[in-house]
Design a binder for this molecule. Sequence first.
Ligand code: UDX
Ligand code: UDX
Length: 451
Amino acid sequence: MEIKVDGSPKIAIIGTGYVGLSTALILAKQGCGVYCTDVDRQKVDSLEKGISPVYEPGFEELLQDMKQAGRLHPTTDIQGAIAASSISFICVGTPSKEDSSIDLSYIVNAANMIGKALANKDGYHLVVVKSTVVPTTTKKLVLPELEKASGKKAGKDFGVSMNPEFLREGSALQDAQEPDRIVIGEMDEGAGAVLAKLYEQYDCPVLHTDLDTAEMIKYTSNSFLATKISFANEIGNICEGFGIDVYEVMKGVGLDSRISPQFLRAGAGWGGSCFPKDVMALVAAARENGTDPILLSKVLEQNQVQPLRLIDLATKALGDLAGKRIAVLGLAFKPDTDDVRHTRALPLIRGLLDKGVMVSAYDPKASENFKLLLDEEERSIIIFTNTALDALDGAEACIIQTEWQEFRDFSPKDLVSAMARPVVVDGRRTLDPVRFINGGVKYLGIGWKND
Ligand code: UDX
Ligand code: UDX
């Protein structure tokens, strides 16, 4: 599996999920030779065929280009990939355990595999932890495991760095190419210097920290952003009671440069692979360390109940929901992805089923992944449709859970002609309320002046 690059380093990616693949594609694009390794043979086979295992704008085109350029090589041979490269990125998953603390077993496993490969490898090798891990993991778990499995000394024979990613799904390639900042957690200057060189083309602040601080920066960023959204959601709920539009309020609030307009969109709550898992992991890790994180616990609680407000709004419009047909539009945790991890559509649809609602559901990309979250009975009673109009056909209300562009493109007439009753409960301020109200639609939404 020879990769040919001129001068640029060769990289081994350990775990080619969303984070690993984004990293691989960007590094290959900037000229590195990249081995994409994964224990999942199906994923590797798919990459080999030039098919991205996840839907993300631009992934598949870049994957094919980089394969064609000979700079990207998918493989299950982790040892071979490490032996042939000078930098390894650990990008394996860090899921939640049942008690919501972080499961670090894949991380330890990856460190063990890298250590074994380093045992037989000459020359300096940098090991970079990119997966999100709770503070002290790199220093206390990864580094000792690497030393144990390799029989070599960190700082002398190999270096260790912690380099968090801040990519958003749906805009991962753009985020990766225009970062706000790069954080390099380093065990020593030598390790940090290798990464700084790798990222030298980026025109943004580069912050060098110790390993623990880099880990904490990632958790703090995600916890802050999740808190900011939950705060907007709470204000939205309060606004509803006063008959005030929260989007107008946040426009005024976000113009304060200390606050910024970003992540103030009130809605059905936050999902995804990072915010829920990371806030839960930080809360659990804090408790383990003797600190009770009062605010973050409440943020999690707020996010549990927020999607259920959509059911309250539907009830407000239709009365008792039992036996009524409601279309749920959008199953992905956000638009432009087929990812359904912690999607707010799941508690929403389960809540509707509990009330005896007949649910029709549509998503442009995520229906198949969403079905995997359901039990057999739930799968059999929900009607999944191939188009939004089919889901709306004959429905007495529709709830928009993900603000896909194709829903933004609806006209009031589309809803009036397709639905039994043109009632919209907008969980993401997808539609312009005034335009739809004027077009004969009954519009209710999070943080809107619902009467
Ligand atoms: C995940 C987390 O969500 C994120 O917080 C963390 O920073 C990195 O991992 P993501 O890439 O979306 O991000 O995870 P996932 O799609 O689960 O991908 C992980 C990949 O690692 C999978 O393809 C899995 O097969 C692979 N893996 C897992 C290995 O190659 N080896 C292992 O031992 C375990
Ligand atoms: C997030 C972080 O933004 C990124 O830096 C980190 O690396 C991974 O986690 P991602 O989960 O891909 O990225 O999506 P993001 O755009 O942050 O949205 C997360 C959730 O918050 C979505 O469910 C989205 O609908 C919701 N959201 C976001 C809001 O409800 N309101 C907002 O204003 C912004």
